[in-house]
Design a protein around this ligand. Sequence first.
Ligand SMILES: NC(=O)C1=CN([C@@H]2O[C@H](COP(=O)(O)OP(=O)(O)OC[C@H]3O[C@@H](n4cnc5c(N)ncnc54)[C@H](O)[C@@H]3O)[C@@H](O)[C@H]2O)[C@@H](O)CC1
Ligand SMILES: Nc1ncnc2c1ncn2[C@@H]1O[C@H](COP(=O)(O)OP(=O)(O)O)[C@@H](O)[C@H]1O
Ligand SMILES: [K+]
Length: 503
Amino acid sequence: MKILTAAQTREADAYTIQQEPVSSLDLMERAAAALVAWLRQRYSAQVPFVFFCGPGNNGGDGLAAARLLFQAGYEVQVFLVEEAGQCKSQDFTQNLQRLPSEISTHTLQAGFGFPEMEFGAIVVDALFGSGLSRPLQGVYAQVAEEINQAGVTVVAVDVPSGLFTDAPTPEDAVVVQATYTVTFERPKLAFLLPKSGAWVGEWHAVPIGLHPEFLQQVATPYQLLTNAYVKSLLKARQKYAHKGTYGHALLIGGSYGKMGALVLAAKAALRAGIGLLTVQIPQVGYSIVQTAVPEAMALTDAHELHFTRFMGQPETYECIGIGPGLGQAEDTRLALENLFRQHLPPLVLDADALNLLAADRTLLRTLPQDTILTPHLKEFERLAGPATDDFHRLQLLQSFCQEHRCYVVLKGAHSCVGTPTGDFYFNTTGNPGMATGGSGDVLTGILTALRAQGHSALETCLLGVYLHGLAGDLAAKEMGQASLIASDLTTYLGKAFLALEAS
Ligand SMILES: NC(=O)C1=CN([C@@H]2O[C@H](COP(=O)(O)OP(=O)(O)OC[C@H]3O[C@@H](n4cnc5c(N)ncnc54)[C@H](O)[C@@H]3O)[C@@H](O)[C@H]2O)[C@@H](O)CC1
Ligand SMILES: Nc1ncnc2c1ncn2[C@@H]1O[C@H](COP(=O)(O)OP(=O)(O)O)[C@@H](O)[C@H]1O
Ligand SMILES: [K+]
């Protein structure tokens, strides 16, 4: 699903208005109705609502929604927030005229006294949406600050007011802290990034019937993963298949004190459908692996404690995953350097393999085309340098993938897959319960197994991050986020496959 910029959203609105055709006012009515449907599903008519409406179409949405909610029997109060002399949008003015006189309506201007909130009231933030052109100031900033200090549930309309959707929001800017953001048609780019996303709370995208033709033709590098798309990437298992049909993968990793990481990756690879799995481990890991993962074959390194030399033949494997628990010893770096000189099958690189690459960036040039790298934010910073903000990091990701002709899974909430073509795919599964040691090792195992089964690098990344997050969501549903541990992701991977197939 394409993610649109604010300018593209405006074009989509205009195209829909012209081609459907529908009046701008009716399109606003559709948006307000979608918002109100969402509110009514969540809150009963006993819950009072307080609307704060700005001067533009976002405020117009707020006014239309206040009317519809009032007509549905809810208690509604409206505060019009305006700087002296600020001009109003036409649809705002029309919706103000349509507001039933029974709704208590007040204007807040500079120097206002902030209203007392009734206990349990829900604030609807409709100050500014995608039309924000500068940080909030004056009365708008004061109202936003008061809302944030009121300790109430805040539902932002389309965008939390004060948040820029396609550019970094200045560190010191005032932004409404939303509990929920009900956004029209598509989430905005800022919702998916770690700093700006924090203002958004839990976002829900509600359709408002923007013209499908426009959505189909509009060009953007930003995509959001959908269940339907990821499902289309699944391959059914064949009746006459044998273990050779599903690839032979190799995982290289583990070191003294870090064998667990390799074990987690190995178990995940097996649960992700690999036909055969071999692990290369230092001698210290031999009985650990043979006991913990009897399904895997083991190659032992000449070294007791860490990786120093590849002991197999690269052509035996359809994919090699390197990194979980690897360590960063100097002879490990040399071993990687030697390995990268050989003709290799597709690679998945994680953890210490990435740290070694970062320490010796000449190694980056020797990577086979379409290698998959799976850094978290810190590892990515070591590889590509520091980012000044979320948007700058996306630029770094794009140039890194293009320069090294590789795929990068930038891990976090909404993990982002960067591609050599300069595209970005944001994941939609996963939860903060997965912020626990070893989750990334599980992902490496899954990706290595999918790649070895013949998925392209892109398919591997998309299917892998989605299934990994879905396993986390299913696990969290049963055991809660705090108790979730990395092994649970592997335990629930089967259910994640089943849920995706059945969706
Ligand atoms: N027909 C449409 O265009 C639709 C628009 N929709 C709503 O319209 C919103 C966008 O509306 P607008 O483009 O009117 O923009 P906003 O309502 O976000 O902002 C209104 C105007 O205020 C001014 N402004 C921007 N930043 C300011 C600041 N910091 N201080 C003071 N004034 C500032 C700008 O002139 C801006 O156009 C969307 O977020 C959505 O809520 C929806 O009703 C769906 C249909
Ligand atoms: N808040 C979150 N929401 C969704 N997924 C998360 C969150 N935090 C972490 N994850 C996922 O968990 C994994 C953590 O990987 P990583 O940081 O490499 O952990 P480790 O090094 O301990 O294995 C990544 O796939 C990441 O996307
Ligand atoms: K808003």
